[in-house]
Design a protein. Structure first.
Length: 272
């Protein structure tokens, strides 16, 4: 239940934030068909949260271990996994379908209900911003519009790479048996990559908004300059090219460090 809540909360937060950005984008268009009223937005948000809660309940109900769990972990095929320690989840007996498939179907249905609508609003916002950028006369307006367009484009690309594609792959491989078509090493690498990308999704979700904002970048730069080793290198006349490059790319380094903190748990789990 806790894992399902954390997983689903990412979807709710991302959906609400993207919808709000779309509505703020078309807020100045009085005759736009896609400028939704507050009531309509509230209905969409409540419906989204309600379906996500149903998925959490499904994870709790259908994500339980198989009834003969104790007997199964004593078999030679699974006893070595139990000896490694940690949590061993068994949703069903080997080569048999589990009730967890029902939650997979609920999750797929949820994606089919909201993903097309979400994709449409994102595409509409990008097209709208691109047209406004071309019509803008003021250079300042063009710069701001382009910055907002780039932020939305990066956020949508990040959602596709770090969430939609991995989630679709995990759900597909959970429902359809692809072992006859994909070699085991390749299949293991695909599953590991998908889980890794989904672990990195939360930090990249916020970093795009933080690092694309000039005010936030200034705050990070001021904090970065307060480090003693940075001040020492800045005052030294013999500062080498590497230190200068690191200093200028501070926001990229921070993004990589924060992303690495999300990757470390899954990497460390491989050594258990």
């Amino acid at each position: 239940g806790v894992l399902g809540s954390c997983f689903i909360s990412i979807i709710c937060t991302f959906y609400v934030l993207m919808m709000r950005m779309h509505q703020l984008t078309v807020a100045h268009e009085f005759n736009s068909y896609w400028k939704l009223s507050r009531t309509t937005q509230t209905v969409l948000y409540v419906s989204m949260i309600g379906i996500c809660i149903i998925n959490v309940v499904g994870f709790v109900i259908f994500g339980a271990d198989v009834e003969n769990y104790t007997e199964l972990i004593e078999t030679p095929e699974l006893s070595w996994l139990d000896k490694r320690g940690g949590a061993l989840l068994l949703f069903a007996e080997p080569d048999k379908y589990s009730d967890f498939r029902r939650e997979i179907y609920i999750l797929l249905l949820s994606c089919l209900l909201f993903l097309p609508l979400f994709s449409f609003f994102m595409a509409h916002a990008l097209i709208y911003l691109r047209e406004n950028e071309r019509r803008a006369i003021s250079t300042r307006t063009q710069v701001r519009t382009h910055r907002l367009f780039a932020t939305l484009y990066l956020q949508m690309g990040g959602a596709i790479v770090f969430f939609i594609i991995p989630l679709f792959t995990i759900l597909l491989t959970s429902v359809v048996d692809l072992r006859d078509f994909i070699p085991d090493p390749v299949f293991a690498a695909i599953r590991f990559t998908c889980v890794l990308l989904m672990y990195v999704n939360p930090p990249q979700f916020g970093l795009v908004f933080i690092l694309r904002n000039e005010t936030h970048r200034r705050i990070l730069l001021r904090r970065f300059q307060k480090f003693e080793f940075v001040s020492r290198f800045r005052k030294a006349p013999q500062t080498n090219v590497l230190i200068t490059l690191v200093y200028r790319c501070y926001h990229t380094i921070i993004a990589l460090v924060l992303s690495l903190t999300s990757v470390l748990p899954i990497i460390s789990s491989l050594t258990i």
